[in-house]
Design a protein around this ligand. Structure first.
Ligand code: NAG
Ligand code: NAG
Ligand code: NAG
Length: 220
């Protein structure tokens, strides 16, 4: 596995945007409705960031490809509403009040490539949580201060995963062998967790050290 600098979320977003602008001419019927307090554009981007929303937006266009609901106080991602959006490629839920994600939450999002769950209040990640996300390339799961447990098999189905960031959570252990088994993973953020190092987690501790080296000087 090579360690390369990770592309920024913004650059990935622009890349997706570019692909859609070039590749898709949406029919007006598909973009007719737009949720209250959100802005929808013809590239099927729905932008609802920083609107003090406490609930997941209603009446999302079914063909939505990018959904940005960051910087709100949304406490729950309703599986039923989310899974209607089967063309969703980009989902930014960062900086909300999510405490748990059920195994069905992302059950139908097979095209999702980018998922940001950073800056929430998640407590744990179960084994099937990301199981359906066969196209997932980048997963940001940082800054959930009470996130103490990620199931060892949580990422085992994410064969397209390239960038995983679990920095600044409350993790003491993570199954590194299951991550090394992912064919395309090339960047792993581990810093700012209370890792416990013993014989069972020797591999993990090696990685934490490598990463400490890699990010030296970058985040202070
Ligand atoms: C989270 O969102 C709130 C409300 O928009 C904003 O004031 C705050 O700066 C955001 N925090 C981060 C870490 O982005
Ligand atoms: C982090 O986990 C420890 C137990 O491993 C717990 O005592 C502590 O309260 C947790 N911190 C937060 C912010 O939840
Ligand atoms: C880590 O994952 C590997 C491969 O999936 C598995 O064989 C091993 O038992 C797991 N280790 C722990 C401590 O769960």
């Amino acid at each position: 596995m090579r360690l390369l600098p990770e592309p920024s979320a913004q650059s990935l977003r622009l890349l997706f945007l570019f692909v859609f602008v070039m590749g898709v001419t949406p029919s007006p019927a598909l973009t007719a409705g737009c949720p209250e307090r959100c802005v929808c554009d013809d590239q099927l981007v729905v932008q609802c960031a920083g609107q003090e929303l406490t609930l997941f937006p209603n009446d999302l266009p079914l063909a939505t490809r990018q959904l940005i609901i960051s910087n709100n106080r949304i406490g729950d991602l309703p599986a039923l509403q989310l899974n209607y959006l089967s063309d969703l490629v980009y989902l930014d839920c960062s900086n909300n009040s999510l405490t748990e994600i059920s195994e069905s939450t992302f059950g139908n999002l097979r095209k999702l490539a980018y998922l940001d769950l950073s800056f929430n209040t998640l407590l744990q990640i179960e084994d099937r949580t990301f199981g359906a996300l066969a196209s997932l390339v980048m997963l940001r799961l940082t800054d959930n201060p009470s996130l103490g447990e990620i199931h060892p098999d949580a990422f085992s189905e994410n064969m397209a995963l390239q960038v995983l960031d679990v920095s600044r959570n409350n993790l003491t252990a993570l199954n590194i062998s299951s991550l090394i088994a992912l064919p395309t993973l090339r960047s792993l953020g581990l810093s700012g967790n209370p890792w416990s190092c013993d014989c069972d987690t020797e591999d993990l501790c090696l990685w934490v050290q490598i990463e400490g080296f890699k990010f030296q000087g970058e985040d202070g």
